[in-house]
Design a protein around this ligand. Structure first.
Ligand SMILES: *Cc1c(COP(=O)(O)O)cnc(C)c1O
Length: 362
């Protein structure tokens, strides 16, 4: 059986050594030494000023909205995981969808600008598959309209753009360290900012709004534990190797699949220091995609329609806002299996099934 992803696990002894320390100290959570050490290492690795380790990547976005005082209207992308838009609705803000660019699958700055109203307070954009949003154009729009710019960087760990981490862009970036992500802490996430004032708020809001016995504001519980931090400390040194192995799998897929010219891939800028977080393929139409998906699952090879459906089409959304590009791309995308130890034989086999099926449904 081949799943679309497989969680990387570090050597068990390394994890056990950290757990031994937890048993000795008997501090399990609340900014213990492992949480602080993970935050220190992640700040160094990403080259960012402030980073707050959180319980997951969804609550990280929630805290980011609160820390930036965003509660009215947010312009966001329909081509993302549902967490991105759900947070906006959960916070009772108006959600405005701006369609995506068909090349990068990231939010289209022109569409963003066209949807700004006096209520708009923020842009919440996702670096889909780790491919950077149009960061300069979005920063320019945000500055001209005094909007906050928040990046859902759940896929962006290990990506560098213009010599700096993609997670260092925007007023705030968030990340997910869920077990299915490239770098994980079982469950977990982070909020990243270079702004001292925003950082001070995030720190309070992450922990009920209190410090010691003093209460300063409302807040929520977005902390994470020593056990999760231990997993992160074990995994972080392996990130370069994990990315390298994914690079090799992607190169093999590219060589086998792309010459046919039937499938397309997102445009990944040549100069980008990329993380190979996913391997999305866009088929000619939904029927062809479905045929490939079925043919693979018959062989117990599991793909994922990531992202499907386009979030603007979910029937519990307050109103339907058309996003034709996102709806079209979401209907015919499939992410093929990709993980650190996917064998070359398996990639060959997957590519062969994909090509045979595509020919039948051309
Ligand atoms: C995984 C993911 C999230 C949510 O992260 P969790 O840690 O699972 O809460 C948010 N946005 C995107 C784009 C994701 O892929």
């Amino acid at each position: 059986m081949i799943h679309v992803t497989k969680t990387f696990l570090p050597p068990l002894e390394t994890y056990q050594a950290y757990i031994q320390g937890i048993w000795e100290r008997v501090q399990l959570t609340n900014s213990g030494p492992l949480c602080l050490e993970l935050e220190r290492q992640l700040k160094a690795y990403l080259g960012v000023k402030h980073l707050f380790f959180c319980s997951n990547g969804t609550v990280a976005i929630q805290v980011a909205l609160k820390a930036l005082d965003v509660s009215k209207a947010v312009i966001t992308t329909p081509f993302s995981y549902c967490a991105t838009s759900h947070v906006v609705l959960w916070e009772n803000a108006d959600m405005i969808f701006a369609d995506v660019d068909p090349g990068s699958l990231c939010i289209d700055p022109e569409q963003v600008e066209a949807r700004i109203t006096p209520q708009t307070q923020a842009i919440l954009a996702t670096h889909v598959y780790g491919i950077p949003c149009a960061v300069d154009a979005l920063a320019d729009i945000a500055r001209r309209h005094s909007l906050k710019l928040i990046y859902d960087g759940a896929h962006a760990f290990g990506v560098n753009l213009n010599g700096r981490s993609l997670l260092s862009y925007g007023d705030v970036s968030t990340c997910s360290f869920h077990a299915t992500k490239l770098f994980h802490t079982v469950e977990g996430g982070a909020i990243i900012t270079n702004d001292d004032e925003v950082a001070a708020k995030i720190k309070l809001y992450r922990s009920f709004g209190h410090v010691g016995d003093d209460y300063f504001s409302i807040g929520i519980n977005a902390k994470n534990s020593e056990f999760h931090a231990a997993m992160g400390l074990c995994n972080l040194p392996f990130v370069p190797e994990i990315i390298e192995r994914r690079r090799a799998v992607c190169a093999q897929y590219d060589a086998l699949l792309l010459e046919e010219g039937v499938m397309t891939r997102p445009e990944i800028p040549a100069e980008l220091d990329y993380n190979f977080a996913y391997y999305p393929v866009f088929f000619s139409n939904e029927a062809q995609m479905q045929a490939v998906r079925d043919a693979l699952s018959e062989q117990e090879i599991f793909t994922r329609r990531y992202f499907y459906p386009s979030l603007n089409t979910l029937d519990f959304m307050p109103d339907y806002q058309a996003c034709p590009v996102s709806e079209d791309m979401a209907s015919r995308v499939l992410c093929l299996p990709l993980y650190h130890d996917l064998s070359t034989d398996d990639v060959d086999r997957i590519a062969r099934i994909v090509l045979e099926t595509v020919k039948q449904y051309a």
